[in-house]
Write a protein that binds this ligand. Structure first.
Ligand SMILES: [Fe+2]
Length: 502
């Protein structure tokens, strides 16, 4: 694809070209973004306008016959021009899916049919502003739209999209990605659910949490495999921004990080300005699976922040948590590069593999870093969630290019060794879940399977789906599937085994 001369581009594209992983404008981006001087709507972040469904796709290499199932990835994808300062986190959720069977692959993508998305579709324009404010508290559901743009999870053969600020549990058809409705577990679920709520593979329990600006600042709940429903309020010192939850077969691990906004300032001005309080400890609360607020055992650690847990497990009386720890989550806008660079710096990530332990009998704690590579968006074998696992698969994040994944790091958690592979210059990937080989059994190796990712090449804005052997990522992709449309940068992904797709 030919590139327009730099001086022929609108000013935003020129900024984006030098200060973000963007190049010339993607030709399939909506026309309205050319008038919006905001880096979160250009280049790698530019929304796509099309919803498509394909038949078999072209394959370079050979798709393994034992790759059977579907890869789904969620992410922000605005449909209309913003009405205030747009942030990448504000876009409407769009889920991209690719289905593999018998050495073939097909693709589809759909916006999540959230209530906010449908209301704006009816109006033909944006109604809600974004996280950078100003906030209109008179809008239905509050000043922020529940976009369901963050996470995509599976539960008992069902597929759900979730929002990081806690929202509805939107159910999607796992074969078409059409939105089916809001899951309420037979009317029991009356509260919001955060992204990264998850299913324990050993008990079948769906473990969820939510958080908010007003008391109770956290809620914790469980929907048992047999339908038993449990929800309790969790006492926190104030509004917090936990992003994930740890799960073992018997416990859950709640997060209380010392990065929070001043509730008095929020009450007076409506402004939520997060501050990292270096004098306040990090706290992790271990709660029995069906426990209540009084049962939570809180453990203190060095101040930090963390988006994503790699895994948790039990070793006797000790609960172990491995995660991607951020030493200092304070945003560091580099104003020397101008306003756009300062805005983009707000989504920079700097996280390292880290281990915490909490002994429920003695109260003893330990914590230590495991590696120094900046890597995030960790994935493990779904069957290993909650028990000791050996391998995890992370996205490598160059600090200078925010939220753009440029390779995979495979960790051997027993030895601490990392194997890394790059997607290549100007090629950016997506979170890469582990897809077990369809014929893998309980005695199969933990890494007998594949890693699946969407990549987008900024040289021509083409997108593809790449498949790696999980036990040999250094070999490079064993197959590359051409996609019919560009896939913008996004958030979380999951794998649904073919047996669940009936
Ligand atoms: Fe996340």
């Amino acid at each position: 694809m030919s590139q327009p001369a730099a001086d022929a581009l609108p000013v935003t594209y020129r900024h984006a070209k030098t200060l973000s992983p963007s190049g010339a404008p993607p030709t399939d981006a909506p026309a309205w973004i050319q008038a919006v001087d905001n880096p979160y709507l250009h280049g790698l972040y530019a929304p796509t306008t099309r919803e498509v469904t394909t038949g078999p796709l072209p394959v370079e290499g050979e798709l393994p016959r034992d790759l059977f199932g579907a890869y789904f990835r969620n992410g922000p994808n605005s449909a209309y021009a913003p009405i205030n300062r747009y942030h990448w986190f504000d876009g409407d959720g769009m889920v991209h899916g690719i289905w593999f069977e018998n050495g073939e692959a097909r693709y589809a993508n759909r916006w999540v049919g959230t209530r906010g998305r449908l209301a704006e579709q009816d109006k033909g324009d944006t109604i809600w502003g974004g996280v950078l404010g100003p906030f209109d508290f008179s809008l239905p559901g509050g000043p922020l739209k529940d976009t369901a743009n963050t996470d995509v999870i599976t539960l008992n053969g069902k597929l759900y999209a979730l929002w990081y600020e806690s929202g509805k549990l939107y159910e999607l058809d796992p074969n078409t990605l059409d939105t089916l409705g809001v899951e309420a577990f037979e009317g029991n679920l009356k509260r919001r659910v955060s992204a990264h709520s998850k299913t324990c593979p050993h008990t079948g329990d769906f473990v969820y949490f939510s958080y908010g600006d007003r008391p109770p600042y956290m809620r914790y709940g469980v929907v048992g495999a047999g339908g038993r429903f449990h929800q309790v309020d969790i006492t926190l010192p104030g509004p917090r921004r936990p992003h994930d939850i740890g799960v073992t077969p018997n416990h859950s691990v709640l997060h209380d990080f010392p990065m929070f906004f001043d509730p008095e300032l929020f009450k007076a001005t409506g402004k939520r300005i997060p501050v990292f309080h270096r004098e306040v400890p990090t706290r992790f609360g271990v709660i029995p699976r069906w426990g209540c607020d009084a049962d939570v055992r809180w453990f203190e650690f060095e101040p930090c922040y963390m988006l994503h847990v790699v895994n948790c497990w039990e070793e006797g009386d000790t609960v172990v948590m491995i995660g991607c720890r951020t030493d200092d989550p304070t945003l560091r806008p580099d104003r020397r590069d101008g306003r756009i660079a300062a805005m983009l710096s707000g989504i920079k990530l700097q996280a390292r593999l880290y281990r915490w332990t909490m002994n429920l009998a003695t109260g003893e704690t330990t914590e230590a870093p495991l590696d120094d590579l900046n890597a995030e968006f960790p994935m493990v074998h779904d069957g290993k969630l909650g028990v000791k696992n050996r391998y995890s698969y992370h996205q490598i994040i160059p600090y200078e290019i925010p939220a753009a994944f440029h390779g995979i790091a495979r960790y051997d958690l027993e030895t601490g060794a990392a194997t890394t592979v790059s997607y290549g210059e100007g090629v950016f990937g997506s979170e890469s879940p582990f897809a077990p080989a369809a014929d893998a059994g309980p005695d199969s190796a933990e890494d007998d399977g594949y890693l699946v990712t969407f990549v987008t090449d900024r040289s021509d804005w083409s997108s593809a789906c790449w498949v790696y052997r999980a036990d040999d990522i250094a070999r490079g992709p064993v197959a590359k599937v051409g996609l019919p449309i560009r896939v913008p940068a996004g958030f979380h992904a999951t794998w649904m085994p073919g047996a669940e797709l009936v």
